[in-house]
Design a binder for this molecule. Structure first.
Ligand code: FE2
Ligand code: FE2
Length: 320
């Protein structure tokens, strides 16, 4: 999950008539649109979730962008280029969706660059080999799909609609990743061991993408009641594991989890290292500093574009 369910504790329940009328609309599965009245807490929860999601898309371009020049063939390069470009597009749709809630994009970008905003912990891990690109497509985009399909039915219209197109593109991303893995796993012993090494490093961080366990997730109830969220973190994580383990076994790979076993219709997995999760979220992962430095540099390098756009807009105004 790109927004990783990191919202802070929810406010006390609003017992006003307006809040009750709003809940009736939600319960009737009506879509909430930008100019509709909505509880302040609903608006704030969405801004936080959508902006964390947007930041994750943009920061998520960095670990993969790193491999565009080193892709092993022209075909792989074209596919990776298209994928990374898609992620930039996802960020833009999502910033636009957040803007419909009255939050300016400049402020959101400022929150990211100053380190006040969160983005998914997964993008703070390094991409060490070409197999990491396959693994990211297969697992990271796979986890994103699992999380984002239910968001296509989110109660907030602009977010739900953005998610429909995003999910279609994520599905292409997942397939290109799995195909890289399939090629490596059918290749030489060295290629297969690269694939295994990438799975070993990415598996646990991918399970953390779904956010803290339900027992520690403070906001779930409100988000579920407002139909922003349709499944809990643990339910989505289990769905992901159940879908992914057979794919890994088909590749002939071994999951780095001695406790993994099939039981009662599900793949039961071992204990997640939540200390590592908290450390990475708090800014102390392997690449946190590098990622933010890259974003700040990109923002600085793009200053002339923003200036030119402003100058052009001013000129148009005078001409009108
Ligand atoms: Fe994306
Ligand atoms: Fe993606």
């Amino acid at each position: 999950m790109y927004s990783q369910a990191l919202n802070t504790a929810s406010a006390p329940a609003d017992t006003s008539d307006a809040a009750a009328r709003f809940q009736v609309r939600i319960d009737a599965e009506e879509r909430i649109e930008p100019n509709d009245s909505m509880p302040e807490q609903y608006r704030r929860t969405l801004i936080r979730q959508i902006s964390q999601h947007a930041h994750s898309e943009i920061v998520g371009m960095l670990p993969e962008g790193n491999w565009i020049t080193r892709a092993p063939s022209l075909r792989r390069k074209a596919a990776l280029l298209a994928k990374v470009q898609d992620e930039g597009g996802h960020g833009l749709y999502l910033y636009a969706a957040a803007e419909t809630l009255g939050q300016s994009r400049e402020e959101l970008v400022e929150q990211l660059l100053s380190g006040r905003a969160k983005y998914s912990s997964i993008f703070n891990y390094p991409t060490l080999s070409w197999a990491d690109i396959g693994t990211i497509g297969w697992l990271v985009d796979g986890a994103a799909i699992m999380n984002q399909i239910p968001l296509c039915r989110c109660s907030y219209g602009p977010y739900a609609r953005a998610m429909i197109r995003i999910c279609k593109e994520e599905s292409f991303h997942q397939r290109q990743g799995y195909e890289i893995m399939l090629t490596l796993c059918r290749g030489t012993a060295e290629q297969k061991s690269m694939a295994q090494d990438a799975l070993n490093r990415w598996w646990w961080p991918c399970l953390m993408m779904f956010g803290p366990p339900d027992t520690q997730s403070q906001h779930s109830d409100t988000s579920m009641r407002w139909k922003i969220k349709r499944f809990t973190n643990d339910a989505l994580r289990q769905k992901f594991v159940d879908a992914t383990v057979p794919q890994g076994l088909h590749l002939g790979l071994t999951f780095p989890d001695p406790a993994l076993r099939f039981d009662g219709g599900h793949w039961v997995f071992g204990e997640i290292d939540w200390d590592e999760f908290r450390r990475v979220l708090a800014g102390d992962g392997p690449c946190n500093r590098e990622r933010l430095a890259a974003r700040r540099q990109a923002h600085e390098d793009g200053a002339w574009v923003r200036e030119a756009a402003r100058a052009w807009a001013a000129k148009q105004k005078v001409a009108a």
